[in-house]
Ligand binder design. Sequence first.
Ligand SMILES: *Cc1c(COP(=O)(O)O)cnc(C)c1O
Length: 366
Amino acid sequence: MAVPLLDVAAQNLALEAELQDAFARVLHSGRYILGDEVASFETETAARCGAAHGIGTSSGTDALLLALMSLGIGPGDEVLCPSFTFFATAGSIARTGATPVFVDSHADTFNLNAEDADAKVTPQTKAIIPVHLFGQAADMTAIGQLAKAHSLHLIEDAAQAQGATWEGIPVGGMGDFGAFSFYPTKNLGALGDAGLLTTSNDALAERARLLRGHGAKPKYHHEAIGGNFRLDELQAALLRVKQTQLDEWIALRTGNAAQYQSLLAGTPDLILPAAAPGHSWNQFTVRLPNRERRDALAAHLRAGEIGNEIYYPEALHEQPCFAHLPSANCPVAEQLTAQVLSLPVYPEMTETQIAEVAHSVSAFCA
Ligand SMILES: *Cc1c(COP(=O)(O)O)cnc(C)c1O
């Protein structure tokens, strides 16, 4: 039985009638940019995270960039971020003219190591961007203390973790800004690109709204240089339909992860992900002892038509586009790039499909 890595069409087609209604509503409104759908989606998402403001953006990447621009981050500044993450986290920092300073991760949670971050703070450090990788919150207690101790701005990259919590607190509401992505593969996926910033700081919210629309206030009078970082009215309307299912989808992901944990417990040479409370399971990522075994398992699964992916095969401090930066010491990030493999965990999976994946993995490891 073939099992895809995920099936976004199945998820959307289950809501076909409601999505068609939302499309018709926007079509007939004649308002396609920054209308009521965006405003409502912003309010609803902010409320979910316990934040005062939501600012819809064109993507998760633009949410991160807009957060950094709103904080005035630029040339000469350093911003701490994990090396083991999706490129956008560091790419956004570099695009402001600031320097990404790469921090190592914890092998068991895949998330930023606050002690290593502390050791890499300099007088130029202005901000830190922890990533809630694979749907699991980073250690916001330690990172919050670090940010406070060094007066750093704190931006949560919550792109992969919509619906996750840290000690009961929703991600996206704990820093100066929270950045979300609604790329179709995320926990809450649009039918295209979309993102959102959350903040509880009134002045920062105002600044982000200004910069989202070319810094114009009033229209055609530009106080600052921003960009076009707007969320489409259509995507907001579709996301408002889909968000009603988010809790259910996360519960299904959590159930799937639990099933893997029990089916794969004790498998030789296989390290299962830490199953902390509040995890939203955007990915179920296992580890093998080394690159050779990991690549062999990936090939074995592919041969059986079982979807899998390596998130991420190269750490960011090793990327050619950052070769001009001072070399960063992130041994765990390098180790993880050789060990990790993500298995299908999407909400629509059947029990039989999970059993099939688990069987294929254990047959290989045995
Ligand atoms: C997906 C993702 C982003 C970027 O989101 P886009 O909507 O694709 O621009 C940023 N950071 C992380 C960790 C992501 O996984």
